[in-house]
Every structure is written in C-alpha cells, then in structure tokens.
Design a protein around this ligand. Structure first.
Ligand code: PAF
Length: 271
C-alpha cells in the first residue's frame, strides 16, 4: 500500500495501473475506519483490480453545530487496518489539496449533502475511478451520488454495499461510540422497528402513512427522539406511487448524544 498526499503523484500511480488494464475501484471515507468501512474495501477488491481508499474529513459536510475539530482522526490505526487488505493506494489529501481556494466557496454555507456531492465530485475527478463503493447505510448519500453520476454522465459505476450490523442488528457507525451502556442496549430497537415496518408493508393493503406513524411512535416508546420514519421510493426517495414496488424505509432518531440513521429496503410482490 502506498500513501499519497498530492494529486499529481496520485494520478501517476493510477495511470501506471490503468496501463496494465487494471480497473480502479475507489472507496472514499472520512477515516476512523470500522468493520463497515472495511467491508466496502472488501467489496471494492472483489470488483476492481486496483483499490484506492481515500481518507479526508470534509469540512463542507459539517453543519454549524457539528464539531469538525473533534471528529476522530485516527490515521495510524486506519493505516494499520488497511494494511490487512490488498489495497494499492491510500490517498490522504489535506484541505489545501482538496479546496485550493478555501472551503468558504460561495456566499452560503452548503448543507450536508451539497458538501458530500462537492467532495465526492472532486475526489472522482482526482482519482478517476471505474468503480466506487458506498455503504447503503447512508442511503440518501448513495442516492444523491448516483444521481450526480447520472446527471453529469460520469463514467463511474456506483456500487451500494449492504449495511454491516452488530449481532443484535445495530448498524455499525462511528456515532455508536456516543452511546452509554444503557442506550447501547436500547439502540437495536431501531433495526427491530424497521423490520416490523417492512413486514407490515409486505402484507397487502396496508396504509403506508399508518406504517410511518406506527414506526415513529414505537421509536418514541423505546426512548428515541425520532427526526423521521418514512417510506420512500428506492430510486429517488420520492413519495411512492401505488404501483411502485421497490421501496425503502428510512429513519433518523436521536438517542442521547447520538443521532442514529438506518434504513431497510423492501421489495413488494407484484400484484
Ligand atoms: O460517507 C462518508 O464517509 C462521507 O460522506 C464521504 C462519502 C467519504 C464524503 O466525505
């Protein structure tokens, strides 16, 4: 694994691999890697012959009340984890490399997903991957990136990798570290509630808005403060029409300091 900080040496290293006809698979991350990230790296290794991972804590996707400075930066531990995988290049740009004109581009502070789209767009231009792997856990992020790739006709195949879960169903996330032992015991309730909602949706003639309200209420009863519990179309997260069969249930709910997000895809039988 070679570690590269700047754009030109990265391009050279990637061109060398392309000349050997290797497909470049890319996994962008913000570091502090856990088993969920490492699974994306595994999927990338299955799909591409040269694997590039980036670690960059993107200031543009942090809101005013989210603490960018306290975001865990664990580069040495991340490198040690990545060494166990057969990855070719670890790209660790700094702010100057990613945003040469500074991060306050434009007059407004971009929202989270604009920040994500901006950094992923720049990373795609720098790395020029054939394949890029993102977790389905951040479902909205995945849909937005697919949309960007399609709208801008980018020659990148975007792969959504399944969410990695603890044995009790809790989705792996860097935010789980904010949970106390008591909250950690409650947290898998989010997965159970999603499964119950999925089972209810698969029963014919269930009212979608009733499922949303019930899911929300169950989370409140368990001790969460939900932001939303919604059933949406997988493709574009629009409100589903009665004929839509590929749905996803999405939720974000606070438990103490942690804002947990999770989702579950649902394929309805054709009627
Ligand atoms: O999912 C993440 O870790 C980040 O949003 C991403 C895609 C690396 C962009 O900074």
């Amino acid at each position: 694994m070679i570690v590269i900080q700047d754009v030109m040496p990265l391009r050279e290293a990637i061109h060398t691999r392309r000349r050997k006809d290797e497909a470049v698979a890319f996994v962008p991350t913000m570091g502090n890697l856990h088993a969920g990230h490492l699974d994306l790296v595994r999927v990338a290794g299955e799909r591409g012959s040269a694997v590039v991972v980036s670690i960059y804590v993107n200031p543009l996707q942090f809101g005013q009340h989210e603490d960018l400075d306290n975001y865990p930066r664990t580069l040495e531990a991340d490198k040690a984890e990545l060494q166990k995988y057969n990855i070719d290049i670890l790209f660790v740009p700094d702010d100057r490399t990613m945003y040469p004109r500074g991060v306050e581009e434009g007059e407004y502070r971009p929202g989270h997903f604009v920040g994500v789209a901006t950094v992923v767009n720049r990373l795609f231009n720098i790395v020029q991957p054939d394949i890029a792997v993102f977790g389905k856990k951040d479902y909205q992020q995945l849909v937005i990136i697919r949309r960007m790739v399609s709208d801008l006709a980018m020659p990148v195949e975007v792969i959504g990798a399944d969410t990695v879960r603890e044995r009790d169903g809790l989705a792996l996330s860097s935010r789980n570290r904010y949970l106390s032992a008591q909250q950690r015991a409650v947290a898998p309730g989010i997965y159970r509630t999603l499964r119950e909602a999925r089972d209810a949706l698969q029963r014919t003639k269930v009212d979608r808005s009733k499922i949303e309200t019930e899911g929300y209420r169950k989370l409140v009863d368990l001790g969460f403060s939900p932001d939303y519990f919604k059933v949406r179309r997988q493709e574009d997260l629009g409100d589903p029409d009665p004929q839509d069969r590929s749905l996803v249930i999405l939720t974000a709910a606070r438990l103490g300091e942690a804002r947990l997000i999770d989702n579950m895809e649902v394929e309805l039988r054709r009627q």
